[in-house]
Design a protein around this ligand. Structure first.
Ligand code: HEC
Length: 206
């Protein structure tokens, strides 16, 4: 697997730090020996970033609308069930409109089929490090096996804590019970507003 990452010039210094850490991770994980980490190609970012951000905005808006209207109509517990059944299909429909693949992933998963791939784990670890330093995370781009991928952080808004917050506080008991029934190993609780929750990944398959 080869991973190339690209950095806008304004973040070249950050890019250099990342390139070094990414390269060492690549070596640690025994990827194919001729990988290279390629720095900075503004033209590629110009092409990929706007489409990726439009697709992410559309998927986030659609999900947010579906969840908040379900909560308003039938309540949080039922909206959890709705999300369990429909979230990935909603995202897939938007992805098809844009001719890309879209996923959400995290270091603390609820649905383990959303687990990160190796390159995604590298970016999630980097985001987690940024968060621990009190720094904001930004969009990142890579080329994995010749395919562009764009990553964008997901932060917790207040309304997310109804389903991702602290059980017995923002996450009410009925909702916590429903989550326990649906997900064996739910690590996606205990969040506060403003926490880093995970990231969007847009893959340019064509
Ligand atoms: C009505 C409850 C509900 C609300 C509100 C909600 N989520 Fe979730 N969230 C879920 C459920 C259920 C899943 C698992 C979906 C699945 O099984 O595919 C999930 C999955 C996720 C995932 C995918 C990673 C994983 O752990 O599987 C992310 C990222 C995420 N939510 C972020 C958010 C953010 C950010 C908000 C607020 C903008 C939010 N959620 C609001 C219930 C909710």
């Amino acid at each position: 697997m080869s991973i190339k990452r690209f950095y806008p010039i304004s973040r070249l210094v950050l890019g250099m730090v990342l390139a070094i850490s990414l390269f060492s991770c690549v070596k640690d994980q025994n990827f194919h020996s001729n990988e290279e980490v390629e720095m900075y190609k503004l033209a590629d970012i110009d092409l990929v970033q706007p489409v990726a951000m439009d697709a992410i905005d559309a998927a986030a808006a659609e999900l947010s609308f579906a969840l908040s209207s379900t909560i308003d109509k039938v309540g949080v517990k039922e909206a959890i069930e709705y999300c369990n059944l429909n979230a990935n299909d909603i995202i897939k429909t938007i992805a098809e409109d844009y001719g890309v693949e879209i996923k959400r992933t995290s270091l603390k998963l609820r649905n383990h089929s959303n687990k990160p791939s190796k390159d995604e784990k590298l970016i999630l670890d980097f985001y987690a490090k940024q968060e621990s330093l009190g720094k904001a995370c930004a969009g990142e781009m890579s080329k994995v096996d010749g395919i562009y991928k764009y990553y964008y952080p997901i932060y917790v808004a207040e309304n997310c804590t109804q389903c991702h917050g602290v059980a017995g506080e923002s996450l009410n008991k009925k909702a916590a019970k429903k989550l326990a029934a649906l997900y064996l190993n739910d690590h996606a609780q205990g969040y506060q507003t403003g926490d880093l929750r995970g990231m969007w990944v847009v893959t340019f398959t064509k």
